[in-house]
Design a binder for this molecule. Sequence first.
Ligand code: SME
Length: 161
Amino acid sequence: MAHEINIPDNLRKEEKYSVLRGALASLISDETDITAILSNVSAAIQETFNFLWVGFYLVKDKELVLGPFQGPVACFRIKFGDGVCGASWKNNKSIIVPDVDKFPGHIACSSKSKSEIVIPIRKENKVFAILDIDSSNYNDFEEADEKYLKEIIKIIEKKLD
Ligand code: SME
């Protein structure tokens, strides 16, 4: 099987997510290594939407530690409750940030980042990792992104069972 994700650029966002979800489900179906899975999921999302940064922070003891990602160099560690990612971990919920400068405590890994979405990934009802996506445009994420990204995360969570 070719390890390629080719999603036409002229599709609507919802259609892109839908095709991406199917392609990812198929791509990762035979893989069990979570690092390998998260690596290709971050690559596939970035390739489809050309976001500034797509990646995962993994819960390790009392911190989030940088995991597989696509994009510019990012901070290695984020403490519980810090920044957007730490707040998502602490509150165990997704956060959409339309303007990163207006989020108290936002951690600016890249000055190019203008808006952000973060979504927890759970294993046995506890936060296992955070999916973090940054855009170089303001207001780039809405409820539809959250909804479709959560569907992609469900595929990852099944791998953690
Ligand atoms: N902005 C995030 C930090 C991670 S980088 O965006 C990759 C935050 O405030 O938690």
